[in-house]
Design a protein around this ligand. Structure first.
Ligand code: PRT
Ligand code: MG
Length: 210
């Protein structure tokens, strides 16, 4: 029962929405995350500490057991394809949709449809399931620019209000998945640190149903 557990949290908007949850559960970080240079941070809970990492690094930390628990977007989890994690619960924060978007009627003529995205694996699988042969172009940001500059015909990206698409003359075309943040666990930690993991996970569950 004296095990320490580490929670890896995606920096950015997921961290912002997770902090109030941690506070309510008595796991508030003991440092101001906006100003501290520390990367591994103790919390009010003597057995819980947090690491704040890039969204796409969360599955990696948890998969290798460097963190016992992780909080990441379903989009990131789908793309990482890490089947070796337990997805314990839907935290119901940072909700949006993963969508295909572009101009109303994408024209690609005789060549293959070009799709710009940072979700290369998800997009590949989605279009393959539809029997469509597409060319995927990996981008790291500002996907909306791709159809505007003829880099690609369509994009696969996250959409919330749709304002970003509209502001650039694009529109949502197809829904791929509903996205929210998930609590994931390292499989070995669930066994080796059973009591502490159970206690902490139960606190998340109670917070969610409260
Ligand atoms: O470095 P990178 O930008 O990849 O990630 P980050 O570390 O900056 O993370 P951050 O803070 O951008 O959060 C990313 C995670 O938040 C995603 O993995 C999702 O799980 C979740 N999330 C929820 C969102 C959105 N909603 C969202 N709307 N992530 C991004 N957006 C972007 C979207 O990409 C688009 O540019 O917001 C824009 C669309 O918003 P609307 O309202 O204009 O449609
Ligand atoms: Mg961002």
């Amino acid at each position: 029962m004296n095990d320490k557990i580490t929670i890896a949290i995606s920096k950015g908007r997921i961290l912002a929405d997770t902090l109030p949850v941690l506070e309510k559960m008595g796991m508030a970080p003991l440092e101001d995350l906006d100003t501290t240079r520390k990367l591994l941070i103790d919390t009010e809970h003597p057995q819980v500490r947090v690491v704040v990492v890039r969204a796409t690094d969360v599955p990696t930390y948890v998969q290798y057991g460097a963190a016992d628990l992780g909080i990441a977007g379903k989009d990131v989890l789908m793309e990482s394809g890490s089947e070796s994690l337990y997805e314990l619960m839907d935290l119901d924060i940072c909700k949006c949709k993963l969508m295909v978007a572009g101009y109303k009627e994408p024209k690609h003529g005789a060549r293959r449809m070009r799709v710009a995205t940072k979700y290369v694996h998800v997009a590949q699988e989605y279009f393959a399931q539809q029997g469509k042969q597409v060319e995927i172009i990996k981008l790291y940001g500002s996907m909306e620019l791709a159809p505007m500059t003829d880099l690609a015909d369509i994009i696969v990206d996250l959409v919330d209000t749709g304002n970003t698409l509209r502001a650039n003359g694009l529109e949502p075309l197809e829904h791929i998945a509903d996205i929210s943040s998930r609590l994931v666990a390292n499989k070995a930690s669930m066994k080796v640190k059973f009591d502490t993991m159970q206690t902490v996970v139960e606190q998340f569950r109670q917070h969610l149903t409260a």
